[in-house]
Design a protein around this ligand. Structure first.
Ligand code: HEM
Length: 505
């Protein structure tokens, strides 16, 4: 009997303690609307019972019900959701929101603290040093890689003329092929030969996305008992071993060439440290020649950045290219206009090389890409943490509050983009008043100091690829009314792949 009384008293005390703790947690957000939550469990059931796709649609519904600022109660923390341009401007430009949200923790073992996942001084010094790696003159060297690799993609798309082709996996292998060669400088055959490395990158990205949206397996403790843990560890080993071996080899090669240059001054060795040299430089070479705080980066630091480029630079561009091809298939009149512009500026020769300057001439294609990135933003949400107490839209956020920015929501808000569900490339024309668009309502690459460092790289890769595919093929929908259902993990994707038909021009 006494034991029962003690147990009841303990349960009551525990309940009271949790209630007090939750009330304190709740206090700053009382004025913020949000879906009804259970007394002690908050919205946890609603969160954990949904797949990533259902969560994505739920978040869109919540905005319709509660407006551009709302909260979700995840028992031990509140997530504040913002989809108003004026708030997003503040988040993207103020130092107190410069820190990434907790969602990225599931990437830490894979990417370490590379640019995407680092914060504070490490992020600042690395970002400053790595900006030169994306200089135009470096990107110019990559255009021939985009061109060569997209010829392989075109061959694959035209393998069975007129049949539907599920394009998303093909485009993903293409973007992986590109990023392996441009980031690591190592020859890649990702589109034609399966490799342990490319399979591991694909698998680990899928596991990370799954964990990000499944709050049970998000916990490292729980995850180690899941059946995904063993494949995850295997992928980690494969990726890290591969990246480190490429780095080690490349460091040796650079060392040998600089020793040869100093031993034999009679031999002219091109100084490829200078930006603008015509020698082929991979992003890795620049990392190996970078000094931060007066010392070169260690192999581990270089590995973190290379793995980050592999992650941030392949699924994103694959999503963009896939949805642009879909948009062109759905709007044959826009596709024909794009084709005419390509023929006018590059000609009909399917093998004619392109460069940055000829890609810059494709102004209409630019508008189409911008509009498709609006309608289908490859990164639909991003998350940040307030590093200290901050006032955002009248809500005083305590330090460490997690904030989600609804990029997809803003891009589909009629207040910012009239007729948001229509594909209207001309809305980005300056003559049509594109400058009136709120810059913080259109942020496919984010904005401010933590914007996408690979933005220009991605834009040229996308432009080069689309111009090649449309120069060589006419793209059609599988049937006239086809609309792909969407799935949003960290990246926006077609839920059941993207079946399209390709015909040679
Ligand atoms: C269409 C393609 C792409 C899109 C839509 C995109 C979008 C974004 C967005 C929205 C962010 C901000 C993420 C956040 O704040 O959490 C970001 C960051 C980043 N992106 Fe991209 N990205 C693309 C391609 C690339 C490519 C090709 C690379 C590298 C080659 C790259 C490298 C990075 C890196 C390193 C960061 C972190 C920057 C920092 O925090 O300083 N991205 N990207």
């Amino acid at each position: 009997m006494l034991a029962l009384i003690l147990l009841a008293a303990f349960a009551l005390a525990l309940w009271f303690w949790v209630w007090r703790w939750r009330s304190r947690l709740h206090a700053p957000f009382l004025s913020v609307p949000g879906p009804p939550a259970l007394p002690l469990l908050g919205n946890t059931f609603q969160i954990v019972s949904k797949s990533s796709t259902e969560l994505f649609h739920w978040m869109l519904e919540l905005e319709k019900s509660y407006g551009k600022v709302y909260k979700v109660d995840g028992i031990y923390e509140y997530v504040l959701f913002y989809a108003a341009a004026e708030h997003v401007e503040k988040i993207m430009t103020c130092a107190e929101f410069n820190c990434k949200g907790d969602d990225y923790n599931v990437l830490l073992e894979w990417l370490g603290t590379g640019l995407l996942t680092s914060n504070g001084n490490k992020w600042f010094t690395h970002r400053k040093a790595l900006t030169s790696a994306f200089h135009f003159k470096i990107l110019d060297n990559f255009v021939p890689v985009f061109d060569r690799k997209s010829s392989i993609l075109v061959k694959k798309l035209l393998e069975n003329v007129g049949d539907t082709v599920e394009i998303f996996p093909l485009v993903k292998l293409y973007t992986l092929d590109v990023i392996i060669e441009t980031a690591m400088g190592t020859a890649s055959e990702a589109q034609t030969k399966q490799s342990k490395y490319t399979l591991a990158v694909e698998e680990i990205a899928a596991i990370a996305f799954f964990r990000m949206f499944n709050r049970i397996f998000y916990s490292d403790f729980v995850f180690q008992f899941s059946k995904l843990y063993e494949p995850y560890k295997r992928c980690l080993r494969t990726i890290h071993d591969f990246t480190l071996s490429v780095i080690e080899k490349r460091r040796q090669t650079l060392l040998l060439s600089s020793t040869a240059a100093s031993d034999r001054p009679d031999i002219q060795v091109q100084d490829d440290r200078e930006l603008g040299s015509r020698t082929k430089k991979a992003l890795l070479d620049i990392l190996l020649q970078t000094n931060i705080d007066g010392r070169p980066l260690t192999n581990e630091e270089v590995r973190e950045e290379v793995d980050t480029f592999m992650f941030a630079g392949h699924d994103t561009t694959a999503s963009a290219i896939t949805f642009i091809l879909y948009a062109l298939a759905k709007h044959p009149e826009i596709q024909e206009k794009v084709y005419e512009e390509i023929v006018f500026n590059i000609g009909t020769d399917k093998d004619a090389p392109v460069n940055i300057s000829s890609l810059n001439d494709l102004k209409y294609l630019d508008l189409v890409i911008k509009e498709s990135l609006r309608k289908y933003p490859p990164v639909p949400f991003i998350s940040r943490t307030a590093i200290k107490e901050a006032n955002l839209g009248g809500v005083i956020l305590p330090a460490n509050t997690n904030i989600t920015i609804g990029i997809y929501n803003m891009h589909h808000n009629a207040e910012y983009f009239p007729d948001p569900e229509q594909l209207i490339p001309e809305r980005f024309e300056t003559e049509r008043g594109a400058e009136k668009l709120n810059p913080y309502a259109y942020v496919p690459f984010s904005a401010g100091s933590r914007n996408c460092i690979g933005q220009k790289f991605a834009q040229y890769e996308i432009k080069s690829t689309i111009s090649k595919v449309i120069r060589c093929c006419r793209v059609q929908l599988p049937f006239a009314s086809y609309e792909p259902p969407l799935k949003a993990e960290m990246i926006l994707k077609p839920m059941d792949d993207m079946p399209l038909r390709f015909y040679p021009r």
